[in-house]
Ligand binder design. Structure first.
Ligand code: NI
Ligand code: MN
Length: 227
C-alpha cells in the first residue's frame, strides 16, 4: 500500500493495482508548477467535502478515467446533475465494502459548500480498511471527541492522514491530540503550506509531534510513502 502526496489535501492511495484519488485539487494548487492532469487515471475518486480546494479537478478526472466517485449524498447528487454516471453515495457513519476494502464515512467538524453556492452536505473523513492495514483520512476538520470512537469501533488505525495547517482546520497541536484519540502513532500531515494562512513552521511542527512520541511525515509534493 502506498500513499502519494499530490499536494494540499490531494493524495493518491495505491492498494495492489487499484488507485484511489482523494480530493483532487491540482490545477489550482499554487505550489504545483505546470500541473497536467491528463495522466490521472484513478479507479476511484473519494471526496471529503465540497470546498473548491478539494473538488476543483473532480469532473475532468472522473470523465477521462471513468473512476467511480465516492462521497456523501449531496456531493453525489451534484455530480449526477453534471452528467457523471459512475457514482457511489454514502453518508456519515455508514460503511461499504468496495473491491479494495471497507470504507467508513466518519464525522468531520467543518463546512461544505461548492464554489457556486450549492449545498455540499456535511463534511466527512474516511477510514479505509484493507486486508493489511487501516488508514484514516480526516478531511478538513477540527479536533473532535468522536475520533475516540474510531479505534474502539473499527480496530487499529495504522496511519492517520490529518490536516496540520491550522486556520481552516486543526493545527499541529490539535493533530497530536487527534493521534492520541485515534490511538495511532503514525501521522501523515496534509493541508499545510498551500496558501499564506496555512503556512507552517516545519521545525516547530515536527517538535510538537516528537515531544509526544508521535511519528510525523511532512510530505513534499510528489513524495510517495510505502506504508
Ligand atoms: Ni474545507
Ligand atoms: Mn480545505
Amino acid at each position: 500500500m502506498k500513499i502519494n502526496y499530490i499536494g494540499h489535501a490531494c493524495i493518491s492511495i495505491q492498494i495492489d493495482d487499484i488507485e484511489i484519488l482523494v480530493d483532487p485539487f491540482i490545477t489550482g494548487n499554487p505550489l504545483i508548477k505546470n500541473a497536467d492532469i491528463t495522466q490521472f487515471k484513478p479507479d476511484y475518486i473519494l471526496i471529503t467535502h465540497a470546498h473548491q480546494d478539494h473538488v476543483l479537478d473532480v469532473e475532468k478526472i472522473a470523465k477521462q478515467s471513468d473512476a467511480q466517485v465516492i462521497s456523501n449524498a449531496e456531493i453525489i447528487g451534484y455530480y449526477t446533475n453534471k452528467g457523471l454516471k459512475n457514482l457511489h453515495a454514502m453518508n456519515t457513519g455508514g460503511s461499504f465494502d468496495f473491491p479494495f476494502g471497507k470504507v467508513t464515512s466518519t464525522i468531520a467538524f467543518h463546512s461544505s459548500s461548492f464554489a457556486d453556492g450549492s449545498h455540499g452536505g456535511n463534511p466527512n473523513g474516511y477510514l479505509i480498511k484493507t486486508k493489511e492495514k487501516q488508514i484514516y483520512i480526516a478531511g478538513d476538520t477540527a479536533l473532535t471527541h468522536e475520533m475516540k470512537l474510531l479505534p474502539k469501533l473499527y480496530g487499529k488505525i495504522d496511519w492517520s492522514i490529518l490536516p496540520i495547517g491550522g486556520n481552516f482546520t486543526m493545527g499541529a497541536k490539535e493533530a497530536v491530540m487527534a493521534a492520541e484519540f485515534l490511538k495511532c502513532d503514525k501521522v501523515f500531515g496534509y493541508h499545510f503550506d498551500t496558501f499564506p494562512p496555512i503556512k507552517i513552521n516545519h521545525e516547530e511542527t515536527k517538535a510538537i509531534f516528537t515531544e509526544k512520541n508521535i511519528g510525523l511525515i511532512l510530505p513534499s509534493i510528489g513524495e510517495s510513502v510505502e506504508i
